[in-house]
Write a protein of this length. Structure first.
Length: 147
């Protein structure tokens, strides 16, 4: 027969094994300030200022690009309508699953383009030299301006 204390220890051990298998970690308490911390969730940036996960229609500053990846788990389609109001040609680049740019479309001044994408996938809009202008996630509409 298993004692109550041993039973709880077994349940805790099993929970930790299951969480590890799922890529999670248990929440731990920091004794110095009682703040809680968790291990980074796969596919989500550990920086609260630059999350990777998106429900779509978000804009991010160019400084966040290094922290973003499009999620593989998203299968719902979501178009991104891009309107170039910069006065110069721009380029729409998809941020792939590894965080790398993949060039998709050149967009002329005044042109509107619809990129077929998926909900939460990230796009970086650059000038012709590759300098980031803005970052957006699908679905949504973005009027690209030079700020």
């Amino acid at each position: 027969m298993v004692s109550r204390q041993n039973g709880l220890a077994i349940m805790l051990s099993l929970s930790i094994v299951v969480m590890a298998a799922l890529g999670c970690s248990p929440t731990t308490s920091n004794s110095t300030n009682n703040a809680k911390s968790t291990a980074p969730t796969p596919g989500v940036s550990s920086s609260p200022a630059a999350p990777q996960a998106s429900k779509g229609g978000e804009r991010r500053p160019c400084s966040d690009e290094k922290d973003l990846k499009s999620g593989r788990e998203v299968t719902a389609p979501g178009d991104l309508l891009l309107e170039n109001a910069t006065g110069q040609p721009v380029v729409a680049n998809w941020i792939d699953f590894d965080g790398n740019r993949k060039k998709y479309t050149d967009i002329s001044t005044g042109q509107k383009v619809t990129e077929r994408s998926f909900v939460g996938h990230w796009w970086v809009i650059t000038d012709q030299q590759g300098q980031c202008i803005t970052i957006a996630s699908a679905p949504g509409q973005v009027k690209i301006t030079q700020e």
